[in-house]
Design a protein around this ligand. Structure first.
Ligand code: TYD
Length: 209
C-alpha cells in the first residue's frame, strides 16, 4: 500500500539528508503547507534504546537490531500521533529514514531475509529520495563532524550498505510504480540539491489543493 503525501529520505551516513530535510521544512512553512517532519530511529522509548545500541553502549545481536527498528517503526507509523494520524489530518509527512534503512543496513550486517520479513507490513511512501554519494566522501564528512562514531559508521560497512541500497531500490521501484524513487547526487552544492528536492516534493498532491 502507498500512502499519499508521505515522503522518505534515505542514504548512507554523511550524505546530508538532515540538512536538506531542514531546508524542506523551512520552505513548507513559508508556503503554509501543513506538514510533519520526523525521523527514525524515533525519539520514543524504543528509539532511545536503539540510539544507545548505536553508540556501542549496548551490543545487541543483528537480529535484535532488526526487530528493535521494526518495533520503533510500528509505533512511528501506527502509534498515537504517528505518521498515519498526521496523514489522516491532511498533512505532508517527511521522515529522515524508513524501513529501506533496515533492509540496507541490517541486511548488510547480518541475515538478509529477516529485515524483509520484519518490515513486510509497512506501507510505502509516495516519494522516496535516495541520497547517493561515494562512501569514502560520505565517511570523510562523518569523521569531519568530530564526536564518537556509531557502530555502523565504518567505511567498509558503509560501502556494503550503499551497494545494498543500489540493489534493492530498483526492485521496489519496479514492483511499485506508484512510488516515485528520486536518486539525488549528494555531491552537488547544497542549494542545488534543495532545488531538486523542492521541485520533486511540490509534485505531491498536497501542493495541488
Ligand atoms: P541517522 O539518520 O544517521 O541518525 P543521526 O544523524 O541522528 O545519527 O540514523 C542513525 C543510524 O541508524 C544510521 O547509521 C542508520 C541506522 N539505521 C539502521 O541501521 N536501520 C534502520 O532501520 C534505521 C532507521 C536506521
Amino acid at each position: 500500500m502507498i500512502l499519499p503525501n508521505f515522503c522518505v529520505f534515505e542514504g548512507i551516513d554523511g550524505t546530508g539528508t538532515t540538512t536538506q530535510i531542514r531546508e524542506l521544512e523551512r520552505r513548507c512553512r513559508e508556503v503554509a503547507i501543513p506538514s510533519w517532519f520526523t525521523c527514525e530511529p524515533t525519539n520514543g522509548e524504543i528509539g532511545r534504546l536503539i540510539r544507545r545500541a548505536l553508540s556501542g553502549e549496548m551490543p545487541y545481536s543483528g537480529d535484535t537490531m532488526t526487530r528493535l527498528f521494526a518495533a520503533d517503526r510500528g509505533e512511528h507509523v501506527w502509534g498515537i500521533g504517528g505518521i498515519s494520524d498526521h496523514l489522516a489530518a491532511g498533512e505532508l509527512v517527511v521522515t529522515d529514514r524508513y524501513f529501506f534503512s533496515s533492509i540496507a543496513y541490517q541486511g548488510s550486517a547480518g541475515d538478509r531475509d529477516l529485515p524483509f520479513a520484519a518490515n513486510a507490513g509497512f506501507p510505502l511512501p509516495e516519494l522516496l529520495f535516495f541520497f547517493d554519494l561515494d562512501p569514502d566522501r560520505a565517511m570523510d564528512r562523518v569523521e569531519g563532524r568530530g564526536g564518537d562514531l556509531e557502530i555502523y559508521e565504518k567505511r567498509e560497512f558503509q560501502k556494503r550498505v550503499r551497494d545494498r541500497y543500489l540493489e534493492i531500490l530498483p526492485l521496489f521501484a519496479e514492483n511499485e510504480p506508484a512510488m516515485r524513487v528520486v536518486t539525488v547526487d549528494a555531491s552537488l552544492p547544497i542549494g542545488e540539491i534543495a532545488e531538486i528536492i523542492w521541485s520533486e516534493t511540490r509534485k505531491l498532491p498536497i501542493f495541488k489543493r
